[in-house]
Design a protein. Structure first.
Length: 84
């Protein structure tokens, strides 16, 4: 195996591990968020109510902006440029 092939395999290995870790972490955070949302909505309302609670558009927009900001911060963490 040539040195170039080894470098390519090493590069793909860490990237694959990062994708898997990120996917699992994202799935866990999404599940935990949905669980906590449902638990809180159930505690606030009638436990037998079948209708989902209404979510204000402002709250959704705020959550979207927070999620975009978090993704941007994570992306900047991987940047090779370091600010002093």
């Amino acid at each position: 195996m040539s040195e170039q092939n080894r470098e390519q395999i090493t590069k793909n290995t860490w990237k694959t591990r990062m994708y898997i870790l990120g996917g699992l972490l994202g799935a866990f955070m999404g599940f935990a968020s949905a669980y906590l949302f449902a638990k809180e909505a159930e505690a606030e309302g009638d436990a037998n109510e079948e209708k989902a609670p209404d979510i204000p558009a402002g709250a959704l927009l705020s959550l979207l902006l927070a999620a975009v900001s978090l993704v941007r911060q994570i992306a900047e963490t991987g940047s090779k440029k370091r600010k002093k």
